[in-house]
Design a protein around this ligand. Structure first.
Ligand SMILES: *Cc1c(COP(=O)(O)O)cnc(C)c1O
Length: 393
């Protein structure tokens, strides 16, 4: 059998076996609706509360501040739209960044169509928000700052504590999309002055289609789904009990293993970065060198088409991701890579490799050995590379 190496853990992760096991009874013998009166079903209420407690503890939050949603996109939509609705009378200005996930960017565009004014901050060449620029963007009518905790493409971790402090100094609410960060780096909502935080199960070895929004007590936020009284009347719908149990179990596992996992993945990541930079010429590491997610590496290779690279890696059994916005079927390079200042042609030749706790050094060696060959092969076929070599020889 050929090899199968999955290095696309920023796109989604494998659901951990213990997570699946914890979920299974809630599909079969414990299937009751938590809103029902009889004990068999009502017991699931306590099960949900227990998961809420686990997540709250992981963030230094209160259990009553955790609202289950159908994932990161819903949490992001909810945070922005409901804040706009509840605080729109105070002002119509929102600040976010150019490198957010589309769940934020497209919600921002939607709010612009509803009469809100959205500022999209630039980032520096490492993908870090410039605090001075943030301060300068604040206006008397600014009601919300939304900056992602860590970027899903280049892995850069933002100075969240400083950003939160700036928001609160000005009496502005602060939301962070922590979908990539939750479970990977320690987060404390009080220390970082966070009012709302989005996270998603499937990015931390939990199931897909479940996530949560942390909403600080006192933040006036409207219901996102109207109907029954679930989630303290803020998000109607019969609870996804198996999903919630999966998310809680995954969060618990992630917190308990974080230190060791992070140290191991950081070492592997740095080994990979070092080998790539040493052995493949005309290559650039994207994102911050040290303030980055433990499992993320993102490279640009000059004279290479990212899509061809992915196809050839796939033929070697390697799952990776490029930096192009292929989600929309367009060939535009990633908005994140453009925001850090890469020219189009270099952004096009980008590759994201994101590790998991199952990734081994042997996997990394296999990937780099193949990557070296593929890059060489693709460059041989590139007229641009041929010209470049001629000019430089
Ligand atoms: C994956 C991701 C999302 C979307 O989460 P879903 O659960 O897939 O909806 C939002 N933001 C970031 C940063 C992500 O990586």
């Amino acid at each position: 059998m050929g090899r199968f190496i999955y290095l696309d853990n920023a796109a989604t992760t494998k659901t951990a076996p213990e997570v699946v096991e914890a979920m299974l009874p809630y599909f079969t013998e414990k299937f009751g609706n938590p809103s029902s009166v009889y004990g068999f079903a009502a017991a699931n209420k306590d099960v949900i509360t227990a998961q809420r407690d686990i997540i709250a503890r992981a963030l230094g939050a209160k259990s009553s501040e955790i609202y289950f949603t159908a994932g990161g996109s819903e949490s992001d939509n909810w945070a922005l739209k409901a804040t706009a609705e509840a605080y729109g009378h105070k002002g119509k200005h929102i600040i976010t960044t150019k490198i957010e996930h589309h769940a934020i960017l497209h919600t921002g565009e939607y709010l612009e169509s509803k009469g809100f004014d959205v500022t999209y901050l630039d980032v520096d060449e490492d993908g870090v928000v410039k605090l001075e620029e943030l301060k300068n963007a604040i206006r008397p009518d600014t009601i919300l700052i939304s900056v992602m905790y860590a970027n899903n493409e280049i892995g850069t971790i933002q100075p969240i504590k400083e950003i939160g402090a700036i928001a609160h100094e000005h009496g502005i609410l602060f939301h962070t999309d922590a979908v990539q960060a939750f479970g990977q780096v320690p987060i404390n909502v009080d220390e970082c002055h966070i009012d709302m935080l989005s996270a998603s199960g499937h990015k931390l070895n939990g199931p897909k289609g479940i996530g949560f929004l942390y909403i600080r007590t006192g933040v006036k936020i409207r219901s996102f789904v109207h109907g029954g009284a679930q989630e303290r009347k803020r998000r109607a719908g019969t609870e996804n009990v198996p999903g919630i149990v999966g998310l809680g179990t995954a969060a618990d596992r992630a917190v308990k293993t974080m230190e060791e996992r992070s140290a191991r993945e950081t070492a592997l990541r740095d080994y990979m970065i070092e080998r790539v930079q040493k052995e493949i010429p005309y290559c650039r590491l994207n994102g911050h060198k040290t303030d980055r997610l433990p499992n993320n590496a993102n490279f640009s290779f000059r004279f290479i088409e990212g899509e061809s690279l992915l196809i050839m890696l796939d033929m070697k059994g390697i799952c990776a991701s490029s930096g192009s916005a292929c989600t929309s079927g367009s060939l535009d390079p990633s908005h994140v890579l453009l925001a850090i200042g890469l020219p189009h042609e270099i952004a096009h030749g980008s590759l994201r490799l994101t590790l998991s706790d199952e990734t081994t050094k042997e996997d990394i060696d296999y990937v780099i050995d193949n990557l070296k060959e593929i890059v060489e092969h693709l460059r041989k076929m590139s007229p641009l590379y041929e010209d470049f070599v001629k000019k430089n020889s």
